[in-house]
Design a protein around this ligand. Structure first.
Ligand SMILES: [Zn+2]
Length: 479
């Protein structure tokens, strides 16, 4: 009999079965073998003391960035490390490149599961903001063949027209791939007006993952709390055809890029500056950094950090504005309200908590969600649904996100006092032990269309079926 891993004496929480009790979790052969009151440890078993901790199904980060980071100039391996340290067992890159991902896993994989959505952007891989269907089908088919599990549009950066956006969603829906949208088109912005446009773009049958709802409730159009109410109405009315998430970090992540005439290239940083009455140009950007409102994201001692003041400004000038930037624009009250909100039947309106982090230093999903439990806004099992069960269902990861006999042995052990992850097990192997990464490599999730590329990468892979994801499979009962 193979040696087992035993997570001993923790509070085991499973949202699917509503199990909540102190128990031992016994892992063998990559799956959860049993959950028992007290397991009799055998010689050679690897026992991890989980007493005083929460033992939850492995946290799935449904919106991260770690394989498309060449734009920002940071090594994807940093992202894989930051995710593993944060207790993530599966991370989905919303807009990555499979070549970047394969390379990063070979050089510095941390043992977690990974998948990626290809980016669909006029500035990179489509010929205009209103591509025709034949072009889209080709781009999507090619991207799926590299191993991507679907597509992501970045409306706040490279918007398509409303018609072009609708066409991308339709093409993805027809192919049966995952499709995610950072809202905003050539007619709207990365704001509430972009979200207001979604029902018409989706039409009667469209299916969509709407990224980070809270990012459209920063008070650009109405008061933030009014934007929250309207956003929830929009999501609720779209019903089972959409999935969504909220991120919990106050700092956002964006790009500083300015044009030679001093104008700011992207919509998101312009909005950030206007929110605090800075001029939306390079002078306003420099003033914001000097004042400490804007920060440049810099590599400091092997971790990414936010730097403002004179040091931040020097870096911004040195890189001639081509630097990743951050502004503290995500309102905690907004993230809180959107995460806690339930519909008339008592079901969550927004499915998951996700970081929009990875390479970005904002991997705070678990600690912030547990903070909401401490506050009394979520039950412990609800926190587990937001962190593990729901994101697993969003991507059709049918054997993950739950903790019961026969489930994949992807598990996160959390210190409920700090909200920090102490240990993780992924596919039956210890990845994080006492806060230190002790694994390498990892597993790629791809679709049937990507299996040749995944096999050629030499990295272990599993085939998933996006049609099992909630946006396609959820009919009327999302509980
Ligand atoms: Zn993102």
């Amino acid at each position: 009999m193979a040696n087992r891993i035993v997570l001993r004496g923790g509070r085991v929480l499973d949202a699917k079965t509503r199990f909540d009790a102190v128990a031992d979790v016994v892992i063998s052969g990559g799956i959860v073998e049993d959950i028992v009151d007290e397991y009799e440890v055998g010689a050679g078993d690897d026992v991890i003391d989980a007493s005083g901790k929460w033992v939850i199904p492995g946290h799935i980060d449904a919106h991260a960035h770690f394989a498309g980071t060449s734009d920002f100039g940071f090594d994807s391996v940093i992202g894989l490390k930051q995710l593993a340290r944060a207790g993530v067992t599966t991370a989905i890159d919303l807009g990555g490149s499979m070549d970047t991902l394969y390379d990063a896993v070979r050089r510095g994989g941390t043992g977690i599961n990974m998948a990626s959505l290809m980016r669909i952007t006029p500035s990179a891989n489509i010929s205009s903001a209103e591509p025709d269907r034949a072009e889209l089908d080709q781009v999507l088919t090619d991207g799926l063949a590299t191993g991507s599990i679907g597509a992501k549009m970045w409306g706040g950066y490279d918007p398509l027209t409303p018609e072009g956006t609708a066409r991308v969603i339709e093409a993805c829906n027809t192919l049966g791939t995952h499709v995610a949208f950072h809202v905003g088109t050539t007619e709207t912005g990365s704001r509430l007006d972009g979200l207001r446009e979604v029902p018409e773009i989706l039409g009667a049958n469209g299916r969509l993952h709407i990224a980070h709802i809270n990012a459209y409730c920063r008070g650009s159009i109405l008061e933030p709390h009014e934007e929250v109410i309207e956003a929830l109405q929009i999501i609720e009315e779209l019903g089972p055809r959409v999935v969504s998430e909220v991120h919990m970090a106050v700092p956002n992540f964006t790009r500083g890029e300015c044009a030679p005439d001093g104008s700011i290239v992207n919509d998101v940083p312009r909005n950030c500056l206007r929110l605090r009455d800075y001029e939306a140009n390079i002078d306003g950007m420099r003033a914001a950094i000097r004042d400490g409102y804007g920060s440049v994201v810099m590599l400091v001692n092997d971790r990414l950090d936010l730097v403002s003041g004179a040091a931040g400004l020097a870096e911004f000038d040195r890189l001639k504005s081509m630097t990743p930037m951050s502004f503290p624009v995500n309102l905690p009250s907004t993230a809180f309200a959107l995460t806690a909100a339930k519909d008339g039947e008592g079901k969550f309106v927004v499915d998951a908590v996700a970081s929009d982090g990875g390479i970005l230093p904002r991997n705070v999903n678990i600690e912030q969600t547990i903070a909401m439990v401490k506050f009394g806004a979520l039950e412990p099992l609800e926190a587990v649904a937001k962190l593990s069960y729901n994101p697993a269902r969003m991507f059709g990861l049918t054997n993950k996100g739950r903790l019961e006999s026969g489930a994949d042995a992807d598990i996160t052990v959390v210190n409920p006092q700090t909200g920090g992850a102490t240990d993780t097990v992924v596919g039956g192997k210890v990845v994080l032990r006492d806060g230190y990464i002790v694994s390498s490599g990892g597993t790629i999730f791809t679709t049937d269309r990507g299996k040749i590329a995944a096999a050629n990468s030499g990295i272990p892979y599993e085939i998933i079926e996006p049609l099992q994801g909630l946006m396609y499979s959820r009919v009327s009962d999302p509980s």
